[in-house]
Design a protein around this ligand. Sequence first.
Ligand SMILES: CCCCCCCCCCCCC[C@@H](O)CC(=O)SCCNC(=O)CCNC(=O)[C@H](O)C(C)(C)COP(=O)(O)OP(=O)(O)OC[C@H]1O[C@@H](n2cnc3c(N)ncnc32)[C@H](O)[C@@H]1OP(=O)(O)O
Length: 359
Amino acid sequence: MQALTPHVYWAQRHGEIYLRVEISDAQNLNIGVEENILHFRGQGHGAKGENEYEFSLEFLKLVKPEVKHKSTQRQVNITVKKQEHVWWDRLTKQERKPLFLAPDFDRWLDESDAEMELREKEEKINKVSIESRVRKDPYLGLKKGFLFMYNLVQFLGYSWIFVNMTVRLFILGQDSFYDTFHTIADVMYFCQMLAIMEVLNPAVGLVKTGVIPAFIQVMGRNFILFVIFGSLEDMQNKPVVFFVFYLWSTIEIFRYPFYMLACIDTEWKLLTWLRYTIWMPLYPLGVLAEAVAVIQSIPIFDETKLLSIPLPKAIGISLSFSYILQLYLVLMFLGLFINFRHLYKQRRRRFRTKKRKAN
Ligand SMILES: CCCCCCCCCCCCC[C@@H](O)CC(=O)SCCNC(=O)CCNC(=O)[C@H](O)C(C)(C)COP(=O)(O)OP(=O)(O)OC[C@H]1O[C@@H](n2cnc3c(N)ncnc32)[C@H](O)[C@@H]1OP(=O)(O)O
């Protein structure tokens, strides 16, 4: 009986090659790698009926000689380990793809997706080890209780701000723009002072997230609130205060309840979606509103010389604070870039993990 060539499908990961040989009820399998060439021989039911099937493949790069294979009623699955964890441009040494070989679209991933899969596996392993460590943490209840209370207070504060501003907007229309600061500032001061906890929490390991994005976020807002609005009375009755406060509070009325639920291991899908989605329009708009506030404050700082830095008497002038503000404008866009990227990654991580769990 002359041996035929079966259909073979392949896919790869950074460390492995997967081959699927389309032969059902395979028997007398002889599969091995010699001199980096995979030899397959076996009997079974393939594309041309019951027969003897064989093929050989010389791999593009070095593989380990041991081969794992599993024969099922429908196919033979072969796994070959690569010598090095690298992505291959193709499977075979010869440039022309053999006619019997095709991509296995059931397992196919491109390089970046495979990297993502690898990272998720690592994250899962880390998560399991963290969770087992956390389970042993005798203060876990206390920590969660503290975070829950922190998030609750912030939620109440920002809800008060949001509802108050919305009601005033409906009642007073555009007139409400001009005294936002005087109505809202005390509660906003309180919430934003308290928000310093958001830098401290990851710094002491209470929440598992980056300190830098939180630092950029909290310090950036506090700079606008305390320095631009707080120290300049002329800024306080400008409409830009309304837009800045409204944009800040809109995200927070979703973010803090999302965290509260996380503290009690609960999730509402719509809330999760909102927390990880509405920052997309809000963040650039927020930065834009903050930039407008900074630009509007520059002539006021120049005029009042407030916060200007005195230079040696011989020079006789002082360095206006507006130079710092111009530098801050550049930093703002850098901050926007860093945090936008961070939030985008958090979103991807969150929804990819959920999707996979659902599958
Ligand atoms: C003077 C020096 C200044 C230097 C800075 C100069 C540059 C300034 C640029 C500033 C630009 C700022 C512009 C900004 O003010 C504009 C606006 O805010 S506009 C409104 C829209 N804004 C937003 O949407 C941002 C909202 N803020 C955030 O999302 C966070 O602050 C941020 C740090 C950006 C991201 O949050 P985080 O990293 O924590 O991500 P996650 O929410 O995904 O959380 C990760 C995991 O940690 C758990 N977690 C986090 N916090 C808590 C908590 N309080 N309680 C319980 N659990 C918490 C969370 O559940 C996640 O866990 P898991 O992964 O298991 O789900």
